[in-house]
Design a protein around this ligand. Structure first.
Ligand code: SF4
Length: 53
């Protein structure tokens, strides 16, 4: 995964799209969502493009 998107930084190393050494996402675009009915803080949001490694 050398041609990672330089603008999506991510530290979720259990995701199969994560680039370990650079902490980048290898997808061209990602979708962010929420699991909360009324999200109020950072931890309420999720990367919906996550797939387990
Ligand atoms: S898909 Fe989401 S969780 Fe996975 S590496 Fe990309 S930004 Fe991170």
């Amino acid at each position: 995964m050398d041609n990672c998107n330089q603008t999506i930084r991510c530290t979720v190393d259990k995701c199969k799209y994560h680039q370990n050494t650079k902490n980048l996402c290898s997808l061209d675009a990602i979708t962010i969502g929420t699991h909360e009915a009324n999200p109020t803080e950072q931890k309420c949001t999720d990367c919906m493009s996550f797939e387990v490694r």
